[in-house]
Design a binder for this molecule. Structure first.
Ligand SMILES: CC(C)(COP(=O)(O)OP(=O)(O)OC[C@H]1O[C@@H](n2cnc3c(N)ncnc32)[C@H](O)[C@@H]1OP(=O)(O)O)[C@@H](O)C(=O)NCCC(=O)NCCS
Length: 234
């Protein structure tokens, strides 16, 4: 239990440069409190204690301004910064190491039943005031810009901004954990290809030289045999 507490405090310290100490995070961070309360509410929800789960959620919402439905699933290292106005719906699934800023909504469009809220991969950033709506899938390490309204799936490592959300960047190779070795540049292969091109050019020049008649006047060789022959002949 204490390990989990320490890990959640350290998550905030690592991701918010404004946080100075564990005490500060523990007592003064609404996002931290909301996530802790949600973990209790979610346990109660899973055991079928729906009223208790809702009660925990309600008091947490009153204290923090962050409304996380007890049915929502949050991964490890979720950080809600500032927090006020964040809403996370019942069937939302949030991956590990996700950062959510104030005013963001992981909600439904009102058209779906059953699974009706988004699924977020790991390492996603959800910008302030953005709305991610419907049972869509947001890939790993996606950045959702502040104020974006996202209604469609977003592939891994993209940045999506605007209303309606459009992909402006990506997929980006971010150095943190990109393991797609097939896409990495191969400097040795590039060098070998450059040498092959050069050889081809030289061969081409040599063939052209052989085909054209020798111009002694322009020949740079002092011991040019053609020039010697010509001089002896005259
Ligand atoms: C989207 C964001 C994550 C940056 O991601 P990025 O991959 O580094 O993207 P860039 O900054 O290179 O921007 C890419 C393009 O999107 C535009 N853009 C960036 N954020 C935008 C936003 N929120 N809304 C609209 N357009 C945006 C940029 O101007 C740029 O446009 P250009 O290519 O025409 O110049 C960041 O701008 C953002 O919105 N972060 C949210 C953080 C937040 O909510 N903070 C609140 C703290 S209190």
């Amino acid at each position: 239990m204490f390990d989990q507490l320490r890990q959640e405090i350290d998550t905030v310290l690592a991701r918010d440069p404004a946080a100075h100490s564990r005490w500060e995070v523990f007592f003064c961070y609404p996002g931290f409190k909301a996530v802790r309360s949600h973990r209790r509410a979610h346990k109660a929800y899973l055991k079928g204690h729906y009223f208790l789960a809702r009660l925990i959620n309600y008091y947490s919402y009153r204290r923090t301004g962050i409304d996380i439905h007890p049915g929502a699933t949050l991964g490890k290292g979720v950080f809600i910064d500032h927090g006020t106005g964040v809403v996370i719906g019942e069937t939302a699934e949030v991956g590990d190491d996700v950062t959510i800023y104030q005013g963001a909504t992981l909600g439904g469009t009102g058209k779906d039943t059953g699974k009706r809220h988004p699924t977020l991969g790991n390492g996603v950033t959800v910008g302030a005031g953005s709305k991610v709506l419907g049972p869509i899938v947001i890939g790993n390490h996606v950045k959702i810009g502040a104020g974006a309204i996202v209604l469609k799936d977003v592939p891994d490592r993209c940045t999506v901004v605007g209303n309606a959300g459009r992909i402006v960047r990506g997929p980006v190779l971010r150095p943190d954990i990109d393991l797609n070795h097939g896409d990495l540049p191969d400097p040795m292969l590039e060098k070998v290809e450059a040498i092959e091109d050069k050889l081809e050019q030289l061969e081409q020049m040599e063939m052209e030289n052989e085909a054209s008649p020798h111009n002694c006047a322009a020949c740079p060789r002092a011991d040019c045999p053609d020039r010697k022959e010509k001089a002896e002949g005259t």
